[in-house]
Design a protein around this ligand. Structure first.
Ligand code: CP
Length: 332
C-alpha cells in the first residue's frame, strides 16, 4: 500500500463536496455551497434540539455505518460532539488516538486512511494543522466514503461555521441586515474564515473583522468584509459580536502582537466595551476561551452570551451533516 497508488488529481474543493446529483458527499468548506443547502442543514439541525434536561434526539439513520474521528490537532468540542452525534444516530464511532497510532511510527496519512477504509469505515472526520489535508483525503478515498472537515489549519472549520449560523438565526430570526463583528486573531482563524463564508452566502448586512494589524486578515481572502483596528468603531451598533482567541500554535513570530494586558485593554470584549453595541447584542465565542484576554468572564457568563448554546448546536449540526452524508450512502 503506498500513498500514491490510488492518487487522483485534486479537483476544485467546492465541487468535490457534491455528488453527481448535487448532494453533499464531503464537507470540506462552506465556500461555494449554496444558500439553499446551508438553510436545509440548519433546518435539519433544529430537529435534533431538545429542551435542556430532556433526553437527546436519537435515531437509527446511521445504524451499521462506522464513523472514525481522526484528530491530528487537539479538540474538546468538535471531537466530543462528532462522537455524540454519530452515536445518537446509531453509528459505530471509532476515536483514533493519534498519539498512540502508527502515524507515530512514520505511517503516512493516506496509509492510515486506507487502513481504516479496509475496516469498512464510512465517514472520516478529520482535523489537521496543514491546509489541504481534508481535500487531499477526499480525493483519495473510495466512492462510498465521506470526509468531514473538523478544522483545517487557518483555512476552514465548516461545521463550526454552520453552528454559528444556526445560533445567530435562533436569536435574530435570520442573517440578512445584521451587523456582525468578529474580534481577535482573524488572520490565523479558521473559525473566522468559515463564519465569513457562511455569513456572506446567507446575505449578512455588514461583516466587520476587528484586530490589531499583526492579526488582521489578508483582505483578498475575505472580500466584502470591513476591516477595523479600533474596537469601539467596530463594535458600534453590532447585533452580534464573536470573540476569538489568539491562535498561538499557528504564529511563528509574536512580534507586533500586544502583550496580554495591552491586548485585553484594546481588544478584550468587556461589559464596558460592549456598551456601544446594539442593546440586544449576542456574544459568541467558538471556544476554547482565554478569559481575561479576549473576553471578560462577566461577558462570557453574562445574559448576552450564547456560548454554551453554540456548543449545544454543535451536536445538532454534526448530526444533521452526518445524517445527510449517510442518506447519500444508503441511496447509492
Ligand atoms: N471550536 C472548536 O473547534 O473547539 P475545539 O478545538 O475544542 O474542538
Amino acid at each position: 500500500m503506498s500513498a500514491t497508488s490510488k492518487s487522483r488529481p485534486i479537483d476544485d474543493e467546492a465541487a468535490l463536496q457534491l455528488d453527481a446529483n448535487g448532494n453533499l458527499r464531503h464537507l470540506l468548506t462552506l465556500k461555494g455551497l449554496d444558500k439553499r443547502l446551508l438553510i436545509d442543514i440548519l433546518d435539519d439541525a433544529e430537529r435534533y434540539l431538545t429542551a435542556p434536561g430532556s433526553l437527546p434526539v436519537r435515531s437509527k439513520s446511521l445504524a451499521g455505518r462506522t464513523v472514525a474521528n481522526l484528530f491530528f490537532e487537539p479538540s474538546t468540542r468538535t471531537r466530543a460532539s462528532f462522537d455524540l452525534a454519530g452515536k445518537r444516530l446509531g453509528a459505530d464511532v471509532l476515536n483514533l488516538d493519534v498519539n498512540t497510532s502508527s502515524r507515530k511510527k512514520g505511517e503516512s496519512i493516506l496509509d492510515t486512511i486506507y487502513t481504516l477504509e479496509a475496516m469498512q469505515v464510512d465517514v472520516m472526520v478529520v482535523r489537521d494543522a496543514s491546509s489541504g489535508v481534508p481535500a487531499y483525503i477526499a480525493n483519495n478515498v473510495l466512492d462510498h466514503v465521506s470526509i468531514l472537515n473538523a478544522g483545517e489549519a487557518e483555512v476552514s472549520h465548516p461545521t463550526q461555521g454552520l453552528l454559528d449560523l444556526l445560533t445567530i438565526r435562533q436569536h435574530k430570526g435570520g442573517i440578512e441586515n445584521l451587523t456582525i463583528a468578529i474580534v481577535g486573531d482573524i488572520r490565523h482563524s479558521r473559525v473566522a474564515m468559515s463564519a465569513s463564508h457562511g455569513l456572506t452566502t446567507m446575505g449578512v448586512g455588514e461583516l466587520r473583522l476587528i484586530s490589531p494589524a499583526a492579526l488582521a486578515p489578508d483582505p483578498d481572502t475575505l472580500p466584502g468584509a470591513l476591516i477595523f483596528d479600533n474596537l469601539a468603531e467596530g463594535l458600534a451598533g453590532a447585533d452580534v459580536v464573536m470573540g476569538l482567541r489568539i491562535q498561538r500554535e499557528r504564529i511563528g513570530n509574536l512580534d507586533g502582537i500586544p502583550a496580554i494586558d495591552e491586548y485585553f485593554a484594546n481588544y478584550g470584549i468587556s461589559h464596558e466595551r460592549l456598551k456601544v453595541a446594539a442593546p440586544d447584542v449576542i456574544v459568541m465565542h467558538p471556544g476554547p476561551m482565554n478569559r481575561g484576554i479576549e473576553i471578560e468572564s462577566t461577558v462570557a457568563d453574562g445574559p448576552n452570551s450564547v456560548i454554551t448554546q453554540q456548543v449545544t448546536n454543535g451536536v445538532a449540526i454534526r448530526m444533521a451533516v452526518l445524517d445527510r452524508v449517510g442518506r447519500i450512502m444508503s441511496a447509492r
